[in-house]
Write a protein that binds this ligand. Sequence first.
Ligand code: DX5
Ligand code: ZN
Length: 218
Amino acid sequence: MSRHLISPSILTADFLHLESEIEMVNKSEADLIHLDIMDGVFVPNLTFGFPVIRQIKSVSKKPLDVHLMIADPDRYLEAYRDAGADWLTVHYETCPHLHRTIQRIRELGMKPAVSLNPHTDVSLLEPVLKDLHMVLIMTVNPGFGGQKFIEGSWDKIRKLKKMIQDSGAKTLIQVDGGVTEGNISDLIEAGVDVFVVGNTIFSSKNPIQVTAKLKNPT
Ligand code: DX5
Ligand code: ZN
């Protein structure tokens, strides 16, 4: 039996009714809630900030999996912890002192993760692999929900899986972007542990049922 985790991304949720969207996730078989934080600098889009995260935290029964797509995330690590982040992901491309950033996230009591853009090679994380709770392989270019899965991701996932196995690390592999009921089984097979799913869940008529299918694929 697969033990993969589902982390619904609220990027395509109904923000006028955010509380009921979070309650839907609470009732579902999802394991986490994925929050996409964009600054209009590192990625060409803007989302939401600390007050919204705090309010989500107050109703969420699932841990918050916060994905920072912002320039210079080091400035805000503590503020995201205080707002309610449980897992905190920074982008490799935004951290000149990545080792220090990872240690700081852990010191603050969060689970540290690093995300790689589609063009960034997984081998760059080899020196810090054992320090990481999770590596996020972006399977679309970050910035928008509802994009198509980039096929070149398969090689990256397999390469990362091998790196993790060879090093004896316990690091999880997460993918984000273009995950559907059609590709999740093959992704589990390739070694993915945690799935960010936005559009497939929030654009469906029955998000609880879709989440159950993603959690228990046939
Ligand atoms: C993209 C975000 C994703 C996105 C999920 O920058 O990081 O979390 O919302 O993508 P879809 O909608 O393809 O599942
Ligand atoms: Zn994301």
